[in-house]
Design a protein around this ligand. Structure first.
Ligand SMILES: Nc1ncnc2c1ncn2[C@@H]1O[C@H](COP(=O)(O)OP(=O)(O)OP(=O)(O)O)[C@@H](O)[C@H]1O
Length: 503
């Protein structure tokens, strides 16, 4: 569960509890962006949607595409019939108006697609889930294993989805509840997050995380861990508290990017994971640069996809990026995310942040942006909000810090990252100035290779916002940056897939 606004962690005595996020409140700045007022909505619906992630996606995608395609082809014929009596000029006026409306409705973050998702796809998938019964999870479906982490609002465990033909009571009696007693295939492994009971704000954050996972399982399933659903504990025992909510994901991989980065061998320890083999005929510094480029390409591609849906993650960092055994980088921990198409989990003047990765502006929107209005109104106004504020650039700064940490070995430890942030602040968040100023003896070899394209990209991500709240590359623009063009990392990834397929 991501971050922590309200209370301090109450019973958090474990060393796995993370304390690196802080709540910050700043006084409203009356100057900027009053025009963004009232663009949001109340966040009242949350746990209504239940779905199967895998099978239903294709069906729902087809429904959405079919709707859009058929409406446009039918529209041309009907337009000619309906405007028969009108003058040439009047037809043009209608066409221009219709065109502008279409552009507005399809501009980021996608009012039209969002409406189709909310009013059609979500209920449809809920219905399908109910019919198939696949998402009626219950406590007895799982054996809870080791604790993996703890945030302010939740505790994360590994676990196993008990196969249908296995009697859980028998397993637990024999194995005293330990997951090792069940012969778990990797497809049965799950991650369970227990939402803390009795902690102010915890329930709300659990609901938000559930909502974001369902939303992304429809809109961009490949970007995040496969969400299996939730259940509410029906009894109290050593692990469960009656009435407590649990969120469940498919187990995506043993290690996060942060785990790999702790290793001295990083990034070569990811070479065969990312490319399926050791790259031959390429010297080691080039190989390292290719691995980092492939990781960055995946992170930024995922960010582009979630930003296209109106979602800003707000907690992008190596610890929230799981590396799958097929070399996919998946985003986890959407407890701090906000959907700025409808204002979900957006509270003005409140920030959730990990200070090590958070941009200098601290807030995803200007502080004076008020509470969201009802969802349909917020959604209708959201393209204007995005144009004025580019809230997605919040995540892009964090992505830039991840790039610097991966490419510059002396920035990888938490202490070094803190020093870096202090120095960068002193330099007014100007990375070029920092380069002349720093005492951290950074090695820029990877960023300076290929005519310094990596360094150029870093300077365009890790920067202050300009006066128009831009001044940083969006995910789509970053993917068009020369650093990613003619990417040898892509060629290596494709070649490795081809050679794996041949085996
Ligand atoms: N789907 C997944 N597959 C594999 N591992 C996962 C998955 N989800 C979470 N993890 C592991 O569990 C850890 C904790 O997950 P997560 O960050 O969601 O919890 P958290 O308690 O909210 O943490 P935080 O304090 O960062 O907010 C991750 O660092 C990762 O190691």
């Amino acid at each position: 569960m991501a971050s922590l606004l309200l209370p301090p962690t109450p019973t958090a005595t474990s060393s796995t509890v993370k304390h690196n996020k802080i709540q910050t409140k700043l006084k409203p700045n009356s100057n900027a962006h009053a025009a963004t007022c009232n663009f949001f909505l109340s966040s009242n619906s949350n746990a209504n949607h239940r779905f199967n992630s895998a099978k239903c996606h294709a069906l729902l995608d087809d429904v959405a595409k079919g709707l859009l395609e058929s409406s446009s082809s039918v529209g041309v014929d009907q337009f000619q019939r309906l405007t028969e009596g009108l003058s040439h000029m009047q037809r043009w006026e209608i066409l221009v108006f219709g065109g502008l409306t279409w552009i507005y409705l399809t501009a980021r973050p996608g009012v039209l697609v969002g409406a189709i998702d909310a009013y059609l796809l979500a209920p449809l998938q809920l219905g399908l889930d109910n019919l198939s019964g696949r998402r009626n999870l219950k406590r007895s479906d799982f054996v809870v294993g080791d604790k993996l982490g703890e945030g302010s609002f939740g505790v994360v465990y590994s676990g196993i989805l008990v196969p249908k033909n296995v009697d859980l009571d028998v397993v637990q009696k024999r194995g005293r509840g330990k997951t090792t007693q069940v012969d778990a295939k990797s497809k049965d492994k799950v991650i369970l997050k227990k939402v803390k009971v009795g902690i102010q704000g915890a329930e709300e954050f659990g609901d938000y995380e559930e909502w974001f996972n369902y939303r992304l399982s429809r809109a961009a399933p490949e970007t995040c861990a496969d969400f299996l659903g939730t259940f509410v504990a029906d009894q109290t025992n050593s692990q469960f508290t009656k009435g407590g909510k649990w969120l469940v994901w498919k187990f995506e991989g043993d290690r996060t990017l942060a785990d790999y980065m702790k290793d001295r061998n990083f990034p070569s320890n990811l070479e065969s994971v990312m490319f399926g083999r050791v790259l031959q005929g390429v010297d080691s510094s080039k190989r390292n640069a290719l691995i980092i480029k492939q990781i960055m390409r995946q992170i930024i591609t995922s960010l582009r996809k979630i930003h296209d849906t109106g979602i800003v993650h707000r907690d992008v960092k190596p610890a929230n990026l799981v590396v799958t055994k097929r070399g996919q980088i998946k985003l986890i921990d959407f407890g701090a995310a906000t959907d700025l198409r409808i204002g979900k989990n957006y509270v003005p003047n409140r920030t959730l942040l990990d200070p090590d990765y958070c941009p200098p502006e601290l807030y995803v929107l200007p502080e004076e942006t008020p509470s969201p209005p009802p969802e349909p109104i917020a959604a209708f106004l959201s393209p204007i909000l995005w144009q004025l504020n580019s809230p997605d650039l919040f995540d892009m700064y964090s992505a830039g810090i991840v790039l610097l940490q991966m490419a510059i070995p002396s920035l990888r430890s938490p202490a070094a990252l803190k020093n870096f942030n202090l120095e960068l602040k002193t330099c007014g968040y100007d990375l070029k100035k920092w380069r002349d100023y720093t005492r951290l003896r950074p090695d820029f070899q990877i960023l300076d290779s290929e005519s310094g394209r990596g360094w150029d990209l870093a300077t365009k991500l890790v920067s202050e916002r300009g006066s128009l709240r831009r001044g940083r590359l969006s995910a789509a623009a970053a993917l068009r940056h020369p650093y990613f063009l003619l990417g040898g990392d892509q060629a290596a990834a494709v070649l490795s897939k081809l050679s794996l397929n041949r085996k």
